[in-house]
Design a protein around this ligand. Structure first.
Ligand code: PRP
Ligand code: ZN
Length: 290
């Protein structure tokens, strides 16, 4: 197992994605220390090496082979134009790309952007959307501080990422239309599977991620039930192998254990109460394999 090769992952150095990206890895039982502000570090108990970079550069690094995989916003991937393989949709750090205008801009829809100067860091995504909608505008590409461009007179409005909206408010801009939605994905080079040793490491990592993820979406439920309602309970809990039933000292009652999807939890809870379940305990599940 210690063949020597390590899988190299590119992670955002600081920003919206950083913390959750590291959490995704550490929840897989992979230990590392990031306190030294180095650009590179290796995990202590898994053949994984981290590269801490700007999120905008992650698709390029993965494409060029500087890193094998990366965690990045789908926006950066789409904007890069590289066709990388999305190996997992991670779902965190979700935000939107929106049109925002200064006070006094009469916005009636995308057609109001006709002939206007729009500042953005996402010219590829924006131009494809404008083209789709038949709007002709001139794009002013800037790599940061997009929100100040109308105030300094180099753009009429902007198209930028919005999460809480605080940045826009602080700069006197109003979000008028969201045109694209994004969240974090894990990407790999599309020909990556040819590197057998590193592919095997990636499979191990993904297996751990999936196990943790499965568990997060489920709750472990334990309750006492009148013994004659067990069929009803099995029907309510449903969707998996029969629940585990343990006799209690009082033979009129049983203890039941099962796993329930988070999304169904409240309806299951109410239905169980309705058939006389008592002492319902709900516990988080740390790991769960299929
Ligand atoms: C985006 C965007 C804004 C901010 C908006 O930057 O450019 O500055 O987030 O977030 P808010 O609505 O919560 O205020 P990003 O996180 O992508 O940083 P980067 O441009 O430095 O990569
Ligand atoms: Zn960025």
């Amino acid at each position: 197992m210690s063949g020597g090769k390590k899988l190299r992952i590119a992670i955002q150095k600081s920003g919206r994605l950083s913390e959750k990206s590291l959490e995704t890895i550490s929840s897989c039982g992979i230990d590392f220390s990031t306190d030294s502000r180095t650009l590179k570090c290796a995990a202590q108990n898994f053949p994984l090496e981290f590269l801490f970079v700007r999120d905008d550069d992650i698709p390029t690094y993965v494409y060029d082979g500087v890193a094998d995989i990366g965690i990045v916003g789908r926006n950066e991937l789409d904007e890069s134009g590289y066709s990388l393989e999305v190996v997992r949709d991670l779902g965190f750090a979700s935000c939107r790309l929106s049109i925002a205008v200064p006070e006094g801009f009469d916005y009636q829809g995308l057609s109001s952007l006709e002939g206007k100067r729009i500042a953005t860091s996402y010219p590829r995504i924006l131009s494809s959307i404008l083209e789709e909608r038949g709007v002709q505008a001139s794009l002013v590409t800037v790599s940061g501080s997009v929100e100040i461009t109308p105030a300094v007179g180099i753009a009429d409005c902007i198209c930028d990422l919005v999460s809480t909206g605080a940045t826009l408010r602080m700069n006197g801009l109003k979000e008028v239309e969201a045109i694209y939605w994004t969240s974090a994905v894990m990407v790999a080079r599309s020909d990556f599977s040819q590197d057998e040793e590193r592919s095997a490491i990636l499979s191990r990592l993904l297996m751990r991620m999936d196990t943790v993820n499965n568990a997060r979406k489920k709750k472990y439920v334990l309750f006492n039930l009148p013994a004659d309602r067990i069929e009803d309970a099995a029907r309510i809990v449903g969707g998996m192998k029969s629940p585990t039933v343990t006799p209690l000292l009082d033979s009129a009652w049983v203890s039941v254990q099962s796993v329930v999807g988070e999304d169904r939890f409240w309806s299951v809870f109410e239905d169980l109460k309705a058939i006389g379940a008592e002492g319902i305990l709900v516990m988080p599940i740390e790991k769960m394999s299929d």
